[in-house]
Design a protein around this ligand. Structure first.
Ligand code: NDP
Length: 292
């Protein structure tokens, strides 16, 4: 079997088109422009690249893009004061504080200062709780992107066996919650899981979010399963995922490549979350197909 390739780049482009259409409607019909504020503390090169590309795509879909930079040695109180200003700014519907923060800052404390309604990363404890209890939440972008691709490929996910490898707060746990919300039978695996290969072999859906290059090999995959590879690992061979694509794509029914799979969906979902936040803030209908 040779797997269908789930093209995340093309999918992300369709998501951005939908966002742009909705943004145009908000402007034309309501005179509202959704706004996204991105805050970068310090000069981490990877973070600078992400922030630049987020700003560019925000503008491309017609939204207001605001960028704030603080020095690496800025006081946490300065960051909190900026967040308070953004919380109060009616032009800002989404706030993203680029992680990681410098070591002297307390990430959880800073994230908790963001208005949950503007928390387009979905990391605020209120949104974590809302998602966990099956209520309307702002959903973390990477798992939201995975869910959209899975729904698109399968239609209904109800009753499917899903294994999520990884239990981080930003990917593994919210991914598991979303799959549960779509009525999958969900197993969360992690570094202490016994017989991981056997656990993965039961799955109709495998989401790998581990950070170990090519860890999931083809002989772990049930024939015909759908494999979503969240991993981004820089190796001497270039960028690779957590799944051994060469062997897994011979067994899986569908698979996301790295690069070009989950990665492009993450920023597209950030834009989707911003337009959703804007609609919710103004009591307007949310765009269809862009939320969990
Ligand atoms: P974390 O390091 O926070 O979590 C990794 C998880 O993998 C942990 O739960 C850990 O288990 C588990 N794990 C580690 N080793 C093993 C093992 N040998 N067997 C089973 N489980 C294991 O990573 P993130 O969730 O933040 O990211 C995961 C990957 O996804 C990374 O490659 C990251 O770069 C990528 N990523 C990609 C994004 C995108 O946009 N495409 C966005 C975010 C992340 P334990 O909890 O027991 O330690």
């Amino acid at each position: 079997m040779t797997a269908t390739v789930i093209d995340g780049k093309a999918f992300a482009s369709r998501v951005r088109d939908k966002v742009a259409t909705h943004v145009a409607r908000l402007k034309d019909e309501h005179g509202i422009t959704p706004g996204l504020a991105v805050v970068l503390v310090g000069e981490d090169p990877a973070s600078q690249v992400y922030v630049k590309s987020k700003g560019k795509m925000t503008k491309q879909v017609g939204m207001l893009s605001l960028e704030y930079r603080l020095n690496a040695d800025a006081a946490q109180d300065d960051l909190l004061a900026l967040i308070a200003d953004l919380n109060a700014n009616p032009e800002v519907h989404g706030i993203l504080v680029q992680l990681p923060l410098p070591g002297h800052m307390d990430e959880s404390y800073v994230l908790a200062a963001i208005d949950p309604a503007k928390d387009v990363d979905g990391f605020h404890i209120s949104n974590v709780g809302l998602l966990g209890t099956g209520q309307k939440a702002m959903v973390p972008c990477t798992p939201l992107g995975c869910l959209m691709m899975l729904r698109d490929h399968h239609g209904s996910l109800s009753g499917l066996d899903a294994v999520v490898i990884g239990r981080s707060n930003i990917v593994g746990k919210p991914m598991a919650q979303l799959l549960l919300g779509d009525s999958c039978t969900v197993t969360i695996a992690h570094s202490r899981t016994k017989n991981l290969a056997d656990v993965v072999r039961r799955a109709d859906i495998v989401v790998a979010a581990v950070g170990r290059p090519k860890m999931v090999s083809g002989d772990w995959i049930k024939p015909g399963a759908t494999v979503i590879d969240v991993g981004i690992n820089r190796t001497d061979d270039g960028l690779v995922g957590d799944v051994d694509y060469a062997s897994a794509s011979q067994v899986a029914g569908a698979i996301t490549p790295v690069p070009g799979g989950v990665g492009p969906m993450t920023i597209a979902c950030l834009l989707a979350n911003t337009v959703t936040a804007c609609c919710r803030a103004n009591d307007l209908a949310e765009p269809e197909g862009l939320t969990a």
